[in-house]
Design a protein around this ligand. Structure first.
Ligand SMILES: [Zn+2]
Length: 444
């Protein structure tokens, strides 16, 4: 009898734990009625699909449970009717800086002044705003590659992952590592200005320490300034970056501005070459051989853009060359500045103009902005594609971007982690805000 009572007590306790902790968390389901479901990988559209999503309120994780034309919709599921819209994966910007915005007034476009005037806390708030603007334009993933003060990028990633605020999934780099001076031209009186915009690492020992320091403070990719000074890194040093990052399961993204820097970075096997200005057909061939990602800066020719006609023509020609040769391409902007009349999301989508000018077919541009983006972010097994088992991130447009990529200029709907961020063209995101920790404190 005594033993039975004990058993009943234990059972009741476990049952209560189960119902309190598991049942409500599993109860939330959403059915998205997609009139046209786009698979950018295959370049196809399927009519009248139901995407059933399960949201786990405890972990904040969402999962796509089922996709098909004949999915049973549970009676208590929330139903989102997108039967007139084109539903597709979220977009990726493979190179931006959410925690910096330089501008004509008062900095004359010189971010050296921005980093002196704006504190990291202010920039952290700015990075949230910037991420919000990008998410509103359909960018559900951003690789945030430095220039975020003292790890404002990590803070934003943590805040998003803990469920405090909405924002894109962030692959952040922490502080950019470079040879003495970073990307600045310092004066001896104030040479400490370089930090925390850049981490000086001139010797092998300093390289190892800088990589570890970034990873410790929450970097998910390592960003190195390959050739920002007259003393670029050697191939051996770049290989050390790669091996030290790989020791923590991370990749190395290289800011490159000279041909020799690009050559060394490709030879050393960096994950991505960021900025396209130094790339040419021969280097593109090397990149194909080595499987290195091309993360260009496809600034369009526009009245607001600080580029010249000849520079832009070269950019378009080289993008076309890279595409023709089969270089792995990412959509990337480096749009870390303010243009009056546009928010950061609207500015980001303007970069389509360069891709269109290069004659790249709309379906391929879409694949580059989605599938390629998930791959370069190493997220493809977690999120990105609208596939059973992956996180529920998706967007929708009124027109078909496979036929006209400009349809992406009007993203009507955004779902991030199973929750609606934007619907009918209107951002309505109160459900994302939480004083937290909604999904746990242990986000690092
Ligand atoms: Zn950049």
């Amino acid at each position: 009898m005594e033993k039975d009572m004990q058993w009943i007590k234990t059972f009741s306790f476990l049952a209560i734990v189960f119902f309190v902790s598991v049942v409500p968390a599993l109860g939330q389901k959403t059915a998205v009625l997609a009139g046209h479901l786009i698979d950018p990988e295959a370049g196809t559209v399927t009519a009248n699909q139901i995407i059933l999503v399960e949201h786990n309120a405890k972990s904040g994780k969402s999962t796509i449970l089922e996709i098909g034309s004949n999915v049973d919709i549970p009676g208590d599921a929330e139903v989102i009717d997108l039967s007139d819209e084109y539903v597709l994966p979220g977009l990726v910007d493979a190179h931006d800086h959410l925690g910096i915005t330089y501008k004509e007034d008062p900095e004359s476009w010189n971010y050296y002044f921005t980093v002196i005037m704006d504190s990291t806390p202010l920039r952290a708030i700015q990075s949230f705003s910037t991420g919000f603007q990008k998410l509103a334009s359909g960018f559900t993933v951003v690789r945030d590659l430095g220039n975020n003060g003292l790890y404002a990028d990590t803070a934003l990633r943590q805040a998003i992952e803990m469920g405090w605020v909405p924002g894109p999934t962030m692959i952040n780099s922490g502080i950019i590592i470079g040879g003495f001076g970073g990307q600045f031209h310092e004066i001896p009186e104030r040479e400490d200005t370089v930090y925390p915009e850049y981490l000086n690492a001139d010797t092998d020992d300093e390289i190892v320490k800088a990589v570890r320091r970034n990873i410790h403070y929450g970097a998910k990719v390592i960003k190195v300034c390959v050739d920002c000074q007259a003393y670029p890194y050697t191939v051996e040093q770049l290989r050390l970056f790669v091996s030290e990052a790989a020791n923590a399961g991370q990749k190395v993204s290289g800011h490159v501005q000279t041909r020799e820097g690009a050559r060394r970075a490709i030879e050393a096997g960096l994950w991505s070459i960021d900025h396209d200005g130094a790339l040419d057909p021969e280097l593109h061939e090397m990149m194909v051989e080595k499987g290195v990602w091309r993360v260009g800066t496809e600034t369009p020719l526009a009245d607001w853009a600080r580029t010249s006609e000849s520079r832009w023509q070269r950019r378009v020609a080289m993008l076309k060359d890279a595409y023709d040769k089969g270089v792995k391409l990412a959509f990337s902007t480096d749009a870390d500045y303010f243009i009056p009349g546009m928010n950061r999301g609207e500015l980001t989508i303007e970069f389509l103009e360069t891709w269109k000018a290069a004659g790249i077919p709309d379906a391929d541009i879409l694949k580059i902005m989605t599938s390629n983006g998930f791959e370069i972010s190493e997220l493809e097994n977690e999120r990105g594609a609208i596939k059973v088992g992956l996180a529920a991130d998706m967007i929708a447009t009124a027109d078909n971007p496979l036929d006209d990529i400009d349809a992406l200029r009007d993203v009507r709907f955004v779902m991030k982690d199973g929750k609606v961020f934007k619907k009918d063209g209107v951002v309505s995101s109160l459900g994302f805000f939480h004083n937290g920790p909604a999904y746990g404190w242990r986000v690092r």
